[in-house]
Design a protein around this ligand. Structure first.
Ligand SMILES: [Zn+2]
Length: 281
């Protein structure tokens, strides 16, 4: 099979958590004042995808799926992929192997019960796979996962030396794909243009140019988004300034930028990507 064009290999991914899921400040099961915003924000994203004939992967937090049982079925009914973002949004470095497995299987069961689909993809909260968590890949492979998307090739939040393009990880229990998010490489440092504050802050032109550089390298461009980013008027936690910037940034709505990109590039699910993906040898 010949190598497919880039346009067949771009993907929008959404980490389905709510406005109060900020790593490192303790994990609450329900939002303050029971103020959920995640449903309306996910509906907004689903509508945008529909308008642009695109599909996406939604990494569901098990605790959110459990609290709002209609959310995952709604996403699946619209043709999108449901994957796992763990249960409680605890950094993997704060879990041991058994707690990680428990979160993985608990979330998996909730999603199977709600949608009849077994998740085949996983993303750790805040890219927290690290040398301190050597058990992650083998447990994912053992539990039938086809891919992981938890390693961000960036300094500080990820691993600056990690590959920018998808690669295979072999474990004693089988192998799986690692699918990193898009970053803009510069001579000094890579920029987080694929999602989070970088996606909100950097100009659209830079993000488009980066996607085009992935095209030239015949690599897939993977963007990521949180539902709270299409909700500029939503509630915010009181956080120290830097943490607040990373989590929320300015009250900028990512919708317009996302809409422009979806008009240019068709998004597919990561599951479809890994099941059809034929990397250049
Ligand atoms: Zn998250």
């Amino acid at each position: 099979m010949s190598y497919l064009s880039f346009s067949d290999y771009s993907a929008l991914t959404i980490d389905v958590e709510d406005w109060y899921h900020v790593c490192g400040i303790g994990q609450q099961a329900v939002p303050p004042h029971n103020l959920w915003r995640v449903v309306q924000n996910v509906e907004k994203i689903v509508a945008l995808l529909e308008q642009n004939q695109s599909k996406a992967t939604f990494f569901m937090l098990g605790s959110v799926a459990e609290a709002i049982p209609e959310l995952a079925p709604m996403i699946v009914a619209n043709g999108h992929e449901i994957a796992s973002h763990g249960y409680s949004h605890t950094l993997l470095t704060d879990l041991d192997k058994h707690q990680f497995l428990d979160e993985l299987q608990r979330t998996e069961q909730i999603l199977i019960d709600q949608t009849g689909r077994r998740p085949v993809g996983y993303r750790a909260p805040q890219w927290s796979v690290s040398p301190e968590t050597p058990w992650v890949d083998e447990l994912l492979a053992e539990n039938g996962y086809l891919y992981d998307s938890s390693r961000n090739p960036l300094p500080f939040v990820g691993d600056a030396s990690a590959p920018r393009y998808p690669y295979r990880i072999d474990t004693p229990n089988g192998s799986l794909w690692e699918i990193p998010p898009l970053v803009t490489k510069t001579s000094i440092v890579s920029l987080p243009t694929g999602g989070g504050w970088g996606f909100r802050l950097f100009p659209l032109g830079l993000i488009v140019a980066t996607i085009e550089s992935y095209v030239r390298d015949a690599a897939p461009a993977v963007l990521y988004l949180h539902p709270r980013e299409v909700d500029p008027d939503g509630p915010r936690l009181q956080l120290p300034l830097f943490k607040r910037f990373l989590a929320y940034g300015m009250r900028t709505d990512a919708t317009m930028k996302l809409s422009s990109l979806l008009q240019r590039f068709r998004s597919m699910t990561l599951e479809e990507m890994v099941r059809t993906w034929q990397p250049a040898s």
